[in-house]
Design a protein. Structure first.
Length: 98
């Protein structure tokens, strides 16, 4: 599969914000999350999550409905659908200090 489009929009001492755009036939490639993170879908659709053991889960994302995961998640996120899917991912480096 082709590489999904990753655009880092913010990178500072406490977070990294990346916009992931998945045209049909694209994927993140294998990766392991080294930080806790929050995902906010911006374009609804279905992505296929391939787990390290080879199992696959089809995940339906709805624009505006966020979810969070903890450090250590390992997977390849693939768009096998005919439509573009997009989300904004916020990786948490440390809590902001007021």
């Amino acid at each position: 599969m082709e590489q999904a489009i990753a655009k880092v929009e913010i990178e500072n001492a406490f977070c990294v914000v990346t916009r992931w755009t998945f045209p049909p036939g694209t994927a993140t490639g294998w990766h392991r999350h080294e930080k806790d993170y929050v995902v906010m879908p911006t374009i609804s659709g279905e992505l296929t999550i391939v787990q390290p053991d080879g199992t696959e889960v089809v995940s339906s994302l709805t624009a505006g409905e966020p979810y969070a995961r903890t450090v250590g998640v390992e997977h390849d996120v693939q768009n096998r659908s005919d439509a573009t899917v997009e989300f904004v991912e916020v990786e948490i480096i440390r809590p902001a200090r007021g």
